[in-house]
Design a protein around this ligand. Structure first.
Ligand SMILES: Cc1ncc(COP(=O)(O)O)c(C=O)c1O
Length: 309
């Protein structure tokens, strides 16, 4: 259950949590054309808080809306401000932010060009998505029987509401089979991404992750990890790899706003490396948490600071 907060930002106004409702004819509820983001903020030991890569997340929201041809009713700055105001108003020094853009009610046909585009920003407290133990000890994953969207079927660069049916099928399949997460292959058979995470492998000291141009969401955590890993002196190659190349990797980890940097220690019942989070995974994970928590200040341009009284 999500921990209820006091207020939700809807179309420019704050409304009470219990009154943040939509009509049953909300177009997106029926057909899935809408876009959303997932963003985290972190509390630092000095009592300040930062939102991680806020502007880039809201730019991705704008890009997603462009892909599905929805005209945003608010500009990027207004939505960024709504995110910060929501955290402050709800007194969340650390939280998860969910901007959601959707098509409201009106016409019910597929075209419905005049239905209003609406935006909400919801914030809540969210700990480790896959659990604290997942961050420390790693997870068990399974290659999904569902392929990631073909790049000319669903527009994978968008974080589009309806795309998540594919992710949820993969997640459910993995969980019901006793694994923590599903890893999807693309329609040509190469490894693509997790249900809500990008994926990295490490072999002989080189880090590989599927390229941006493949069937993946361009994750902002992925982008940050590529930068930080290179700055730590590792070789990072955005390159496709196969399922068995992944089984034979020394280390595997997944990245995402929700999952942060999660080691993967077993895939398809094959132990990855030594079966524990590897040294490069741990170094990148440490750097990530040092950066967001303010112990490393080399990437402060990624942060939007705010304070909660
Ligand atoms: C399918 C998918 N891939 C990758 C990611 C990771 O993206 P980010 O690091 O921007 O959260 C997400 C989460 O947003 C996702 O849903």
């Amino acid at each position: 259950m999500v921990d209820k907060v006091e207020k939700i930002w809807m179309d420019g106004k704050f409304v009470n949590w219990d009154e943040a409702n939509v009509h049953i004819l909300t177009h997106t509820l029926h057909y899935g054309v809408g876009a959303f983001e997932g963003i985290r903020s972190y509390l630092r030991p000095d009592g300040t808080s930062v939102v991680f890569r806020l502007e880039e997340h809201i730019q991705r929201l704008m890009d997603s809306l462009k892909i599905v041809m929805l005209k945003p009713p608010f500009d990027r700055d207004t939505i960024c401000r709504a995110c910060i105001d929501s955290l402050r108003l709800n007194r969340l020094p650390e939280g998860y932010i969910r901007p959601l853009a959707y098509v409201g009610d009106g016409a019910m046909g597929l075209y419905a060009p005049n239905n209003p585009v609406r935006i909400a920003v919801i914030v809540w407290k969210w700990g480790a998505y896959l659990g604290e133990e997942a961050l420390n000890k790693g997870i068990r994953a399974k290659v999904s029987s569902f392929s990631r969207h073909h790049v000319n079927s669903s527009m994978v660069k968008g974080k589009i509401v309806g795309h998540y049916v594919n992710s949820i099928l993969s997640k459910r399949e993995a969980k019901i089979a006793g694994y923590d997460e599903g890893i999807m292959l693309d329609t040509t058979g190469y490894v693509s991404e997790g249900s809500g995470e990008n994926i990295f492998i490490v072999k002989n000291g080189t880090i590989k992750t599927p390229p941006f141009s493949s069937a993946i969401l361009g994750g902002l955590t992925r982008d940050s990890v590529i930068r930080m890993a290179r700055d730590l002196g590792y070789r990072v190659k955005p390159q496709q790899f196969t399922r068995d190349e992944m089984w034979l990797a020394d280390e595997v980890f997944m990245t995402g706003t929700a999952a942060e940097i999660t080691p993967v220690v077993e895939i398809d019942n094959r132990t990855i490396g030594a079966g524990v989070p590897g040294p490069i995974t741990k170094a990148v994970q440490k750097r990530f948490f040092d950066v967001v928590r303010g112990q490393c200040r080399d990437y402060e341009s990624w942060m939007t600071p705010y304070t909660v009284e």
